[in-house]
Write a protein that binds this ligand. Structure first.
Ligand SMILES: Cc1cc2nc3c(=O)[nH]c(=O)nc-3n(C[C@H](O)[C@H](O)[C@H](O)COP(=O)(O)OP(=O)(O)OC[C@H]3O[C@@H](n4cnc5c(N)ncnc54)[C@H](O)[C@@H]3O)c2cc1C
Length: 377
């Protein structure tokens, strides 16, 4: 039951955004930047945002050498270049919006560990550098084999390192915390614990949300669905599949010898330093079927692989212990492009961010805001 006061102050908005991940928050902030007077609310099912945006590894990256080579093969050079441009633009936008200090943004560069199976990629390093030259105006990828020993990696498994000075890293928790703070400072109302269960378009869009035993019906002139991997519950035909990712963090390792972001096996495994800790994730590709899930469970088989790689390849002569382990849920499809489209006259969808939503999330939000504002509310 809704009181008169609640009805007058909490229920009706110009824009309602569903999902408080990076895309939902960026969309709300871009709408605010373009329309200072609009009433905007975000409905988030979790007490905290509960998808990928607070669970990721905090790489500010745009594609490793082998990832970009795969992209060139599957979508061509021009589309690959466009993807990289969007990622760079999105990261710039995020840094400007939140601030590098608030993000704990650090640019120690990124590296790809090349084993014997990927050595042929090194032959194509020059062609990828040439492709990226118009964006960076200098060479992006460099070989640094001598660092294998300096970083303490297993020299039998790792044949060379490909270094990219433009890659950075950030604090994932702070990123979302500050986006929430900035949203609140800009008069964006955030209702947490509100799971949207149905959308009905009549004059306005009626948005039914449930929490515990109660339901509340909100209404809005425009609704933007930013629920990424969980979208099918609301829009069953959306073309995406969930992809679960496991991440672990070690306790601080005083003698840790590397800094930066690191990719293995086309980005299927990734690790970085975080204030003397190691954050390590991946392994989804070895159990694709099981990991096509929206359940936040930990696959022990993946954990075994991660532990083994830590012991044999990344920290072979270093003692460490694991502090904590978690999972996050991404969304994938038959293309690396996100879905940004009108679902109906008043409902927009911005989902399927893949494994680089930190990089592209702000740009996706900007596009959604432009579309939502196209026909003035
Ligand atoms: C383990 C892991 C590591 C990653 N590492 C990186 C990385 O290093 N760099 C990078 O660029 N990207 C990385 N990513 C990808 C990136 O985190 C995602 O692409 C991005 O966070 C997606 O943002 P989003 O806002 O679209 O979705 P989400 O963050 O999933 O947000 C969707 C929100 O919608 C809410 N929601 C869902 N259904 C409903 C509903 N019915 N009602 C109300 N709310 C709802 C959810 O609770 C959630 O908070 C990683 C992802 C994972 C899981």
């Amino acid at each position: 039951m809704i009181s008169f006061w609640e009805r007058e102050s909490f229920i009706s908005y110009d824009f309602v955004i569903i999902g408080a991940g990076i895309v939902g928050l960026a969309t709300a902030l871009s709408i605010r930047e373009k329309n200072p007077k609009a009433s905007i609310a975000i409905l988030e099912k979790g007490i905290l945002p509960t998808g990928a945006s607070t669970k990721n590894a905090g790489f500010a990256c745009f594609g490793s050498l082998t990832e970009l080579l795969t992209d060139v093969r599957s979508i061509g050079s021009e589309n690959t270049l466009d993807l990289v441009k969007t990622r760079i633009k999105g990261l710039k936008r995020l840094r400007e919006r939140v601030g590098e200090t608030n993000l704990d943004f650090q640019q120690h560069g990124g590296y790809e560990l090349i084993g014997k199976n990927e050595l042929n990629a090194v032959d194509q390093l020059d062609s990828i550098n040439e492709l990226l030259y118009p964006i960076f105006k200098s060479e992006v990828f460099h070989l640094k084999p001598r660092l294998i020993k300096d970083f303490g990696f297993d020299e039998n498994t790792i044949k060379t390192l490909v270094y990219n000075p433009y890659e950075g890293q950030l604090d994932t928790g702070k990123m979302i915390k500050y986006l929430l703070v900035i949203a609140a400072q800009n008069g964006i109302v955030i209702h947490t614990g509100a799971e949207v269960i149905s959308l009905e378009e009549s004059g306005k869009v009626i948005i039914k949300a449930k929490a515990h035993n109660s339901t509340v019906s909100f209404d809005a002139s425009r609704v933007i669905v930013c629920t990424n991997a969980f979208t099918k519950k609301l829009i069953p035909n959306e073309e995406l599949v969930p992809g679960r990712g496991v991440v672990l963090v070690t306790k601080p390792i005083p003698e840790l010898r590397f800094k930066g972001t690191f990719h293995i096996d086309q980005g299927f495994y990734y690790f970085r330093d975080f204030h003397n800790r190691v954050i390590f994730g991946g392994g989804r590709n070895a159990f694709l079927e099981e990991e096509t899930s929206t359940e936040f469970e930990i696959n022990e088989n993946i954990l075994t692989i991660l532990r083994e790689k830590l012991n044999t390849t990344l920290l072979p002569n270093t003692s460490y212990s694991i502090d904590t382990i978690w999972t996050g849920i991404m969304a994938f499809g038959n293309s690396r492009q996100p879905i940004i489209r009108w679902h109906s006259d008043k409902i927009l969808v911005g989902v399927r961010l893949g494994g680089m939503g930190v990089a592209i999330g702000s740009e996706v939000g900007e596009k959604l805001a432009d579309m939502a504002l196209e026909n003035d509310v």
